[in-house]
Ligand binder design. Structure first.
Ligand code: GLC
Length: 623
């Protein structure tokens, strides 16, 4: 490709060292940008030049404080992989009213040990229903009841001063049908019609639908919606009011790049790439995980690296294990796409283990997942704002001696409380009669038995947190789970929420926070403190799931240069054990290990470490 066009008009006002910095970054990253664009667009050089101009303009406009952050992050590119990182996710309004309220509560988060805050979509959405803000109407403004862009900037400043990075959603797959682009398309502007995927009749939609899965089979069946204004079938993977954008159009890439750079200059440090798997469509496929998705990510990531390297990307790819690793960069995209990705499989298996009181299936499934690149990290979590879909692979289930279909049905029965003796109190989300799938909504505490009054619920919550914080990666807590909040009994009465049971597990934060009667908060804080002092939990060290010796115990080894760490988790309601041989195999000496959660030696007898009901230990050598 030819060199990019001159940027003097954009960079002229900058001091020499700044210009040199920009040039050095271009020299470093331009090859990645070019490589990303070639498979995507007919004229990659033209797209590259437009992107570089955007990057130069954003670089020139970036504040001194954020340039300083860029420098610090360049010197510590592993900042988000460190054991002291703890994440928290919340709706700004449900957490603290508005953005200024969140800033006022920053001390609460810092005190809990939080270093990363994911605030749910806060750019202006269409009026309700808007899928919890995932139907964005305007990328340039903040939802008016939450504040303004200035408030957002002020909030990122307050958080940054406390060492907390703000993560925001970038809803890549769609915009609201009320978005300016869609309105222009509706008004007949062909440029903007090209921002979407619109078909004059059903022939292509029918052909695509032959291989497309249903995302919201219950309240939004099908993937296309007829629109009178554009006189066509619009691709709407999610709800009918969420119009999928056409990423094959380079103008769409440019628009999103501009949004990223502008939010990065407002102080946003992590971008959550919402529903990223769906962004590229291909006939005859399920239109997820297409190779172009990763090229698009690489293009956006590279542009942000040039203008705002303090930022990182998090992929929201709730996809099968065979497709997941590509989001963290495999092959030629190694180190060039997202830095973080949700470990959906771990989350699902935490619940599967607790219901079945057996770690065998989880171990089989987790062992099959390839190791992520050492510069990336899993986002680990017990649950999030979304439902839990039972992503249990049939082949994994067969290897563990159970039927995939049967186990998924069992989990749905269990977590809705229908299974005899169950303590789970979740709700069904999106029952799909065609596949038999029933996804589940519920807070951590309600799913773990607190709502049912089960005496073991606090221990189960602590165990789930121990797994999530002890796996390695960036653990993210959902607002209120640190207090054991139950499902919101009034969830369905709010306008637009009645058919979406996910609102049950998005309760409002009670201030002042309730007494920690069950010790849930204290238990979590113990784990946060222990984690901070455990270099073994740096995400560059991979987690290795060992074969269970006792079916009830999940074993996770982390082989760090400082020595091994063994996490052992009893997922059952009876005492269990870890044979000393497991420790020996890792180079740990049974008499010389410490449980880093309690700071004491674990209970050892009969050549085994003993684990109480729902017990967890993080063992390292004392020497
Ligand atoms: C993601 C979000 C989910 C939303 C969907 C559509 O999966 O997590 O809440 O419904 O994208 O934007």
């Amino acid at each position: 490709m030819q060199p990019t066009s001159p940027l003097d008009d954009l960079l002229a006002g900058l001091p020499t060292h700044r210009r040199q910095l920009f040039e050095a970054r271009l020299e470093r990253w331009l090859p990645d940008l070019e490589a990303a664009l070639v498979p995507l667009y007919a004229d990659p050089a033209e797209v590259r030049d437009r992107l570089v101009r955007l990057a130069a303009a954003a670089f020139a406009a970036r504040s001194e404080e954020l340039h300083a952050l860029d420098l610090r992050r360049s010197l510590a590119p592993d900042w988000f992989q460190r054991p002291e990182m703890i994440g928290y996710a919340a709706y700004a309004d449900r957490f603290a009213g508005d953005l200024a309220g969140v800033a006022d509560r920053a001390g609460y988060l810092e005190d809990l040990g939080v270093r990363y805050l994911h605030l749910m979509p806060l750019l202006t959405p269409r009026p309700a229903p808007n899928d919890g803000g995932y139907a964005v109407q305007d990328h340039r403004s903040v939802r008016p009841d939450l504040g303004t862009i200035e408030d957002l900037r002020a909030l990122t400043g307050v958080l940054r001063a406390r060492g907390i990075s703000l993560c925001l959603d970038l809803v890549l797959n769609h915009v609201a049908r009320e978005h300016e682009w869609a309105r222009k398309a509706q008004a007949g502007d062909p440029t903007y019609r090209d921002y979407f995927l619109v078909f004059p009749d059903r022939s292509l939609p029918d052909a695509y639908e032959r291989t497309l899965p249903e995302v919201f089979p219950d309240f939004a069946p099908g993937s296309f919606t007829w629109d009178d204004d554009v006189e066509g079938w619009v691709w709407t993977t999610f709800n009918h009011y969420q119009w999928d954008v056409n990423w094959a159009n380079p103008d769409v890439l440019l628009e999103y790049a501009e949004t990223i750079l502008s939010l990065a200059n407002d102080g946003v440090e992590v971008f959550r790439l919402d529903a990223i798997a769906f962004t590229w469509k291909r006939m005859g496929t399920d239109c997820q995980n297409q190779p172009e998705v990763h090229a698009l990510t690489q293009a956006l990531r590279t542009v942000s690296r040039i203008a705002a390297p303090a930022t990182v990307f998090k992929a929201e790819a709730i996809v099968g294990p065979q497709d997941l690793l590509a989001y963290l960069g495999q092959g030629e995209r190694h180190g060039k796409v997202s830095d973080l990705a949700y470990h959906n499989s771990l989350m699902v298996h935490v619940w599967s283990m607790l219901a079945s009181r057996d770690a065998t299936l989880a171990a089989r499934a987790l062992q099959r997942l390839a190791t992520p690149p050492s510069t990336t990290a899993w986002v680990t979590y017990a649950r999030c704002h979304d439902d839990i879909g039972w992503a249990i692979d049939d082949a994994d289930a067969a290897r563990a001696g159970v039927s995939g279909f049967g186990h998924r049905a069992f989990l749905s029965d269990f977590y809705t409380g229908a299974f005899p003796g169950s303590w789970g109190r979740g709700l069904v989300f999106q029952e799909n009669p065609a596949t038999g799938d029933r996804r589940i909504s519920g807070t951590l505490a309600s799913l773990a038995g607190l709502e049912a009054g089960d005496p073991w619920a606090p221990a189960r919550i602590q165990l789930a947190h121990a797994i999530v914080l002890g796996f390695g990666g960036l653990p993210v807590l959902w607002m209120g789970d640190e207090l054991g909040l139950l499902n919101d009994p009034g969830w369905a009465s709010e306008p637009g929420h009645a058919d979406d049971s996910r609102w049950a597990h998005r309760p409002r934060m009670p201030w002042p926070t309730p007494e920690d009667t069950h010790g849930i908060n204290a238990g979590l804080r113990t784990l946060v403190a222990a984690r901070r002092d455990l270099p073994h939990l740096h995400a560059s060290t991979p987690a290795q799931v060992l074969d269970p010796r006792d079916r009830a115990v999940l074993l996770i080894a982390r082989r760090h240069p400082l020595g091994a760490m063994l996490g052992a988790y009893n997922v059952s309601d009876h005492p269990a054990h870890v044979p000393h041989q497991v420790l020996h195999d890792l180079g740990l000496v049974p008499g010389h290990v410490m449980d880093r959660i309690t700071g004491e030696a674990p209970e050892s007898r009969d050549d085994a470490v003993q684990l109480p009901v729902y017990g967890a230990v993080w063992l390292t050598s004392t020497t």
